[in-house]
Design a binder for this molecule. Structure first.
Ligand code: SF4
Length: 309
């Protein structure tokens, strides 16, 4: 399905404007760990997390060149070039020289035009930011993707993130100092949060300054801490209607220049436990786009609405 560019500033649209051709993300596994899992900060991880629900864990042992080859074959007909996407776990969590080796390998591959690096706000030392800024200065398309999920410190504690909003503010401020583009990941429907909380989070994130956003509904995956609470009937999930309504309001409140890398999410079966609608990758985006089409697209609740070129 194609996103309708007139409704929101999608990542696909942004890349087409930048490169004049179709660019897609290519997910790679850098064999990273996470301080919230290896005992540095904690062992259980964030309560919603099971990395296997969104990445192919079997790729972990494969060298980058091999992963690139495999994935490129899969996607060959879908794009002209790719951004290497280090998505699994905390993709800046390692010795800098090791990180550089990995990123260099990815960037050296044919048809790779940049990097998207997913990480935690408390795992981006200045040396790593400087290195990413150097790639950018060499003409690579670089995005630092920061998992925040919510700006509410109480919720961050409840979901065992192991960092607070101040850590996020600090990471973004430093990333901006190095001229990096930041995409922030947010979850709608976290325990104890409603639409007002989601809009407050958005407001705080926009106030700090952000270049991209990734929205997704809370979904319960097998192997996560939340799976136990959900099975014990102690955790409710968000309906498609509530999610679409909240996500649409967030998009309408976001200025035109901010790029939406994603407005919903799905999980791979059989890992997904709930809600069922998250098994279909298009239901969320379609419901959101229907609201935006009826009520107004990105930025319609601000002074600077999005207009496609
Ligand atoms: S969501 Fe990220 S930071 Fe949290 S446990 Fe999973 S990999 Fe670690």
């Amino acid at each position: 399905m194609q996103h309708t560019p007139q409704l929101f500033h999608s990542f696909g649209y942004y890349l087409k404007q930048q490169f004049g051709r179709k660019i897609r993300k290519l997910s790679l596994h850098g064999d990273f760990s996470c301080p919230n899992r290896d005992g540095t900060l904690g062992r259980g991880g964030c309560t919603f997390c099971n990395v296997a629900s969104f990445v192919d864990e079997t790729a972990r042992a494969a060298p980058i060149s091999q992963q690139l080859q495999l994935r490129e074959q899969e996607l060959k007909r879908k794009a002209d070039a790719y951004l290497a996407y280090f998505q699994a776990y905390t993709s800046t969590y390692g010795e800098q020289v090791q990180l550089q080796k990995l990123y260099d390998q990815a960037l050296a591959a044919k048809d790779i035009v940049g990097l998207c690096v997913g990480t935690r706000p408390d795992c981006v030392p200045d040396g790593v930011l400087r290195m990413l800024a150097e790639y950018q200065a060499q003409g690579q398309e670089i995005w630092l993707e920061l998992g925040l999920q919510t700006a509410n410190d109480q919720t961050l504690k409840r979901i065992n993130r192991g960092h607070d909003f101040a850590a996020y503010q600090d990471a973004v401020t430093r990333a901006k100092h190095y001229g990096l583009k930041v995409c922030t990941h947010l979850i709608v429907g976290l325990p104890g949060e409603d639409q007002q909380d989601a809009l407050q989070t958005l407001d705080k994130v926009l106030t700090v300054g952000v270049d991209g956003l990734k929205l997704h509904p809370l979904h319960i995956v097998e192997g996560s801490v939340m799976a136990k609470a959900w099975r014990a009937d102690r955790l409710a999930t968000i309906s498609l209607e509530s999610y679409a309504e909240t996500a649409a309001k967030m998009i309408q409140a976001t200025p035109a220049q901010v790029v939406f890398h994603r407005v919903s999410a799905h999980a791979r079966p059989p890992t997904l436990l709930a809600p069922d609608w998250c098994a279909d990758r298009w239901l969320g985006p379609q419901a959101i786009e229907a609201i935006l089409a009826a009520e107004g697209g990105q930025g319609s609740a601000t002074a600077a609405p999005f207009r496609a070129a």
